[in-house]
Design a protein around this ligand. Structure first.
Ligand code: ZN
Ligand code: ZN
Length: 348
């Protein structure tokens, strides 16, 4: 193993840079060191860059969406061996605390629990990464699943799977999904596994609506300004049975509850720049159930199984691929949404 490596580093608010750092080593018996073979850039990385994640530590290597090969494992690691291909979970978690035992791994109370990787501890936009609680946070990749297929298991697909699960999607439902960005596209596929009758995707960007029609033609696509008349036209009950909001604007937050039928479940997955207002008098008697859910990466094994069975396919989301040395270009493209970018893959 080499001694130094390149690592994309959060230096200060507004500033990321590629830096030479020592290759990480095991610290705890439950750690693994993973050689990164493919990584990605996530909107949460942008949130760190712009100072919206106060717990992010300056100097930390960013990146929390990646796959790789186990390089070494601590004595306490039971399920993994060096040489195994793995997907890395965005969340590191102990598997033993109150929340972990109930599947709420995002809320793990361990010191490294929850979203630590690429935020509070060094992450995966680098050649190597140390992963605490490796037995919990690494999911083996079957031989018939490629790195590009498995890239989003630990973060985006975990978000999509969690949203479809807490959204209580049932067979025969009409589901309204707001937002067809990377998260929305993963939610869409996970929602479909629940066999709803219709999935209507509301997205303001015409190019992204076209992308949905091309790759996931089972969904209907609409623009926000036509959403109300369209949903009321197809739903005799006055609104969608289930709504998932993944767009994160004031307008889509309002549409989410306005276009839900009485007694619907409205699941809010989006991250907002500002607080949102729930005008309760306007929805009095509508008896809505609201749920909120960021990613909870408790179902990675099941997601991997679905990928291996070709029930999920997120490869179309990888619209661009760059070597780690060109991460600045990749980041700029992703941040400024140039060239029809959905997700960028980074090869260390
Ligand atoms: Zn992320
Ligand atoms: Zn825990």
């Amino acid at each position: 193993m080499k001694e130094t490596m390149l690592a994309y580093t959060y230096l200060s608010e507004g500033l990321f840079a590629l830096r030479e750092k020592p290759v990480p080593h095991l610290i705890d018996d439950r750690d693994a060191v993973v050689r990164v073979t493919l990584a990605s850039v996530c909107t949460s990385d942008l949130h760190i860059k712009h100072g919206h994640v106060p717990r992010a530590v300056p100097g930390v290597t960013v990146g929390h969406e990646l796959v790789g090969i186990v390089e070494e494992v601590g004595k306490g690691v039971k399920t993994l061996r060096p040489g195994e291909r793995v997907a890395v979970n965005v969340e590191t978690f102990c598997g033993e605390c109150f929340f972990c035992r109930r599947g709420f791994v995002n809320n793990c109370t361990d010191k490294d629990g929850g979203w630590a990787l690429g935020c509070r501890i060094d992450g995966g936009l680098a050649e190597y990464v140390r992963v605490p609680h490796a037995d919990q946070g690494l999911t083996p990749i079957p031989d018939n699943v490629s790195d590009r297929q498995a890239l989003f298991v630990g973060d985006l697909l975990s978000t999509g799977y969690w949203a479809a699960k807490i959204g209580e999607i049932e067979k025969g439902d009409t589901v309204l999904l707001l937002g067809a960005g990377p998260t929305g596209l993963c939610i869409l596929q996970c929602v479909r596994l629940k066999e709803p009758a219709r999935i209507v995707v509301c997205e303001k960007d015409a190019e992204r609506r076209r992308f949905v029609r091309e790759h996931y033609p089972y969904a209907e696509t609409i623009a926000p300004d036509e959403a109300a008349s369209y949903i009321r036209g197809i739903c005799p009950t006055g609104g969608a049975d289930k709504v998932i909001e993944a767009a994160g604007t004031d307008d889509t937050f309002r549409l989410a509850w306005q276009l839900a039928r009485p007694n619907a479940v409205v699941t809010v997955v989006a991250m907002y720049d500002a607080p949102q207002v729930l005008p309760l008098p306007d929805m009095y008697g509508k008896n809505l159930t609201f749920k909120t859910g960021g990613v909870d990466g408790c179902d990675c094994e099941e997601i991997m199984r679905l990928l291996a069975a070709n029930k999920l396919d997120t490869q179309p989301l990888i619209t661009h691929t760059f070597p780690l040395a060109e991460i600045e270009t990749a980041f700029d493209l992703f941040e400024n949404r140039r060239d029809g970018v959905i997700k960028v893959a980074i090869e260390p």
